[in-house]
Write a protein that binds this ligand. Structure first.
Ligand SMILES: NC(=O)c1ccc[n+]([C@@H]2O[C@H](COP(=O)([O-])OP(=O)(O)OC[C@H]3O[C@@H](n4cnc5c(N)ncnc54)[C@H](OP(=O)(O)O)[C@@H]3O)[C@@H](O)[C@H]2O)c1
Length: 240
């Protein structure tokens, strides 16, 4: 069960069978087949928010919308889009700024960029966004379930913090290799690669020609770096 000071956090990503999130240089790879794409839409339809890092917005320009046409389910409200972007690097023309769905830009307290009025701004931490403070603010705003979709730096930060509840990885039947295709988890050494992040295996389900692996945090695992929302609460504002 999720801690009371944050939403339930689901982590989902797709990787090649050699663990890469994208092609060389971070070029978007469509790794999921039709069944897995539908699985992701079900996940998106079931959460209150979808969170990505600004790296993903810059490279992929995702809409972060639910494609209701892909699932047998009545069209619903749809989740809030959340971008973690300490310095306000989200491109002006990014789809997440198109006003078509509720959107939160999580920036650092030092960021003075203004955003369109349709965008809600949450200021949390410096020089980077403090994910603990952000998660606490999201919970305070009524978000009970959050889906973290990537990319590699955000995945590593969230997983390393221990503030997650279920991690699903679609492993696609393709190898990418090379030296610039991003690995599933990025970031500074020790987080969590060098000491290892223990996880508890739950299931492996064949989907399309790949497999969906599901994990939970290992029993008794303590966060390598506890999230610290209580000490530096986020500040919220709407529009410029
Ligand atoms: N296959 C998949 O499932 C999947 C899903 C999503 C993305 N991707 C791929 O992932 C790649 C992008 O990943 P990425 O690692 O470059 O970028 P990312 O994880 O999307 O975003 C990372 C950025 O978030 C910002 N950030 C702010 N606070 C942070 C914190 N506490 N912890 C970590 N990051 C924080 C940092 O920029 P600032 O310092 O400027 O704030 C950081 O550079 C693309 O190639 C994309 O195609 C793949």
């Amino acid at each position: 069960m999720a801690a009371p000071d944050r939403p339930e956090v689901l982590v989902n990503c797709a990787v090649s069978m050699d663990g890469r999130l994208a092609f060389a240089g971070g070029r978007r790879a469509r790794l999921s087949g039709p069944e897995d794409l539908a699985r992701v839409q079900w996940l998106r339809a079931d959460v209150d928010g979808i969170l990505v890092g600004v790296g993903t917005v810059v490279l992929d320009d995702p809409s972060l919308r639910v494609h209701w046409e892909m699932i047998d389910r009545p069209v619903g409200k749809g989740p809030v889009r959340i971008v973690v972007d300490s310095n306000g690097r989200t491109p002006t023309r990014a789809r997440v700024l198109d006003g078509s769905a509720p959107t939160i830009l999580a920036v650092s307290t030092a960021c003075d960029r203004t955003f369109p009025p349709s965008v809600q701004v949450v200021r949390a931490g410096a020089p980077r966004v403090d994910l603990g403070a952000l998660f606490a603010e999201l919970r305070r705003r009524g978000l009970r379930k959050l889906l973290v979709e990537g990319g590699g730096e955000i995945l590593a930060s969230v997983l390393r913090s221990g503030a997650w509840d279920r991690w699903t990885v679609y492993v696609a039947p393709i190898a990418i290799g090379g030296s610039t295709a991003p690995p599933m988890l990025r970031g500074p050494d020790g987080a969590p690669a060098s000491e290892g992040l223990p996880v508890r295996f739950v299931s492996a389900e064949p989907i399309d020609d790949g497999v969906v692996l599901t994990y939970r945090p290992a029993a008794g695992a303590s966060p390598a770096r506890p999230l610290s929302g209580a000490t530096h609460p986020a500040r919220a504002e709407t529009g410029p």
